[in-house]
Design a protein around this ligand. Structure first.
Ligand SMILES: Nc1ncnc2c1ncn2[C@@H]1O[C@H](COP(=O)(O)OP(=O)(O)OP(=O)(O)O)[C@@H](O)[C@H]1O
Ligand SMILES: [Mg+2]
Length: 361
């Protein structure tokens, strides 16, 4: 359905995925007067807790997908590894925004990097590896250190190993369990940034300022908005994200993770076809949050302003960090967000906190 007709408040927004991103999309949708229906395999999900309806079913359960499609007016998603068959099944009945093409690209690191290269968006150099010999050859060609990653289903640095010399290729391949991989030249970066762009079905694009992301143990720890980069780098980063969204004919909120190298080049690391952890600060510090933009884009409403009303710092609350809630609530500058997860496993994203840092320049 290629309609650009607005899906008005009062309608039902379907969301694939039940995690904290779905929860925050649902909260933003509710504020605009929508009902939300969550589809995910897990019972008592953070998103379903705050939504009007839920379907607990497997993503490949066609009957459940058809019933879900009949109940909703549009579908968006918070999880990029939804099987493409689910999206194709739904698309027969309702618009799915973002759609299958963006998912197909984001689900596979080789497809993703090949796509980025095809539209002249720079990435680090890479090779596909189907066996240990390929890994060793790639390590020789690309130089060391380099990184072997699984092509699919990686997150929070899971499914990747660093290779410090070509002799370590065999062990790295074994460690990854022999799945098809990608070997990437290691980027000696100055900082990691991300750019979030929203794009509507009519092609309107709105971009947030680039932000800096600092990781600890391969998981995002802190986002600093705006990133401390030159105007030239910021302009380039926004241009890369915008061109990526346009080339995908993207509808929704797209996150683009990038490296800024020591000589000021910007390389795209990966894209996420959904709201992103590095955009949580926008809830408290921007005129329109990334989650509201995702809803506006999916519902073909005008996009909101991405201007920030304050600079900000966001910190993730992992595992037991969330037990600090009394102290954080007592901090008058802290905006606390908790996701309603019952069990605080180590490294699990339980919530986040945003501090506003004064007026933007
Ligand atoms: N080629 C590289 N050179 C240098 N550092 C890298 C490279 N690839 C990944 N990293 C580091 O590892 C982190 C995680 O990598 P990547 O984003 O590819 O994986 P992920 O598992 O999808 O992680 P996430 O879910 O946090 O986005 C990056 O943010 C970066 O710090
Ligand atoms: Mg990443």
């Amino acid at each position: 359905m290629a309609t650009h007709e607005p899906i008005p408040p009062g309608a039902t927004v379907g969301i694939l995925g039940g995690g904290q991103l779905g929860r925050m999309i649902a909260l933003a949708a509710a504020r605009l007067g929508y009902r939300c229906h969550i589809f995910c395999p897990e019972a008592d999900s953070p998103a379903a807790q705050v939504s009007a309806a839920m379907t607990v079913a497997d993503y490949e359960d066609r009957e459940a997908l058809r019933r879900f499609a009949a109940d909703v007016d549009v579908v968006t998603l918070e999880f990029e590894n939804v099987p493409l068959v689910a999206v194709e099944t739904l698309t027969a009945t309702v618009p799915v925004r973002p759609g299958a093409r963006a998912l197909e690209v984001a689900q596979d690191r080789i497809v993703e990097k090949d796509f980025l290269r095809s539209i002249d968006v720079p990435t680090t150099d890479y090779r596909q590896a189907e066996n240990a010999n390929d890994v060793a050859a790639a390590a020789l060609e690309l130089g060391t250190p380099c990184v072997l990653k699984t092509t699919r289903f990686g997150y929070d640095g899971k499914g990747q190993v660093r290779i410090d010399d070509a002799d370590a290729a065999e062990a790295a391949w074994a460690e990854m369990g022999g799945q098809i991989g990608i070997v990437e030249a290691f980027v000696d970066f100055d900082c990691e940034i991300s750019v979030l762009v929203a794009r509507g079905p009519d092609g309107q694009v709105v971009s947030y300022c680039p932000v800096e992301n600092r990781h600890a143990n391969h998981i995002l720890d802190t986002t600093i908005a705006p990133a401390n980069i030159s105007d030239a780098v910021a302009v380039q980063a926004i241009d890369l994200a915008t061109r990526t969204a346009e080339a995908l004919d993207y509808v929704g909120l797209l996150a683009v993770e990038m490296f800024v190298t020591r000589d000021g080049a910007v390389l795209v690391n990966e894209i996420a076809p959904r709201p992103h952890n590095s955009g949580h600060w926008t809830i408290d510090a921007c005129l329109t949050s990334q989650f509201e933009q995702a809803v506006r884009a999916a519902c073909a409403l005008p996009l909101g302003s991405a201007d920030r009303v304050a600079d900000a710092e966001m910190k993730n609350l992992l595992g037991d960090d969330a037990a600090r809630w009394p102290e954080l609530l007592a901090d008058p500058g802290a905006h606390l967000h908790l996701y309603g997860k019952a069990e605080a496993r180590p490294g699990r994203k339980m919530g986040h906190v945003t501090w506003l840092k004064g007026n933007p320049d």
